[in-house]
Design a protein around this ligand. Structure first.
Ligand SMILES: [Zn+2]
Length: 254
């Protein structure tokens, strides 16, 4: 990785899938496929460039858009790889170095510090501290307000989501938070509540599949200050720096 003041790069894989590259780690979250039109860096490219970094694969839950059994084959491609998965993720026999966690657990893995939070859907959200960076990946922890659902259900959802976000530390470097256009007017409820509670340096909206129009919605609906913290994901393989800019450098360079 290029030596810069900030030793962290973020690669968008697809949907809720991201790779965070720090000085000593490659953290891969919720990978299930590469960007369909080849618009992202692929997981294989990232693994090929691991270069002595420890790869840690996180799976927030077993839904098809957050998990693929292909991740277990990565053991053949990397010298050092560990898995941190929600308890509902099926682990094949014979796989070593798996930490399976339910919500509200804390553990250390090498120099990583990992805490799980409950999802409002299935599985867990991850809070990870790696090489001095605080990283939050929400998985499917979101304020899922569906128009047409009974008010009572939407109220319970609101309460559950707020309670979970209120339990997070108040500052984070990098956050991955669902923003789903299928929720229509409520698409950013979860994100805006998160931003009101947690001071994030850079936020990656996720869970939008191919619907990049959510970035236009966010420009329209967020304050300028809030919007300046949002990483605008476009179909491109370039990684993100912590200031939200994208760089032509790649992790192959050192
Ligand atoms: Zn999902």
């Amino acid at each position: 990785m290029q030596q810069t003041a900030e030793h962290v790069l973020v690669y968008y894989l697809y949907h809720s899938g991201f790779a965070v590259v720090t000085r000593n780690y490659i953290l891969i979250f919720d990978y299930y496929r590469d960007c369909p039109s080849g618009c992202s860096t692929t997981a294989d490219q990232i693994l090929a460039a691991a270069r002595g970094r420890h790869v840690v694969v996180f799976v927030s839950h077993a839904h098809h858009d957050h998990y693929t059994p292909a991740i277990w084959d990565w053991r053949d491609k990397c010298a050092e790889i560990s898995y941190v998965v929600s308890l509902d993720v099926p682990v094949p026999d014979g796989v070593a170095d798996v930490t399976a966690l339910s919500a509200n657990h804390h553990c250390a893995l090498g120099s990583l510090d990992i805490t799980t939070y409950a999802s409002t859907d299935q599985g867990v959200a991850f809070w990870v501290e790696a090489d001095g960076y605080r990283i939050f990946h929400a998985g499917d922890l979101n304020w899922w307000h569906w128009e047409g659902e009974p008010d009572e259900d939407n109220r319970a959802m609101a309460e559950q989501y707020r309670q979970e976000i209120d339990a997070l530390p108040k500052e984070v470097d990098i956050a991955f938070v669902p923003v789903d256009s299928r929720l229509e007017q409520a698409y950013a409820l979860g994100l805006t509540y998160f931003m009101s509670r947690v001071d994030a340096r850079l936020i990656f909206p996720m869970h939008f599949a191919n619907d990049y129009s959510i970035f236009e919605w966010l420009k329209r609906d967020l304050t300028q200050e809030a919007e300046s913290r949002i990483a605008e994901i476009t179909p491109s393989p370039l990684p993100f720096y912590l200031d939200g800019s994208r760089t032509p450098s790649s992790i192959e360079r050192s």
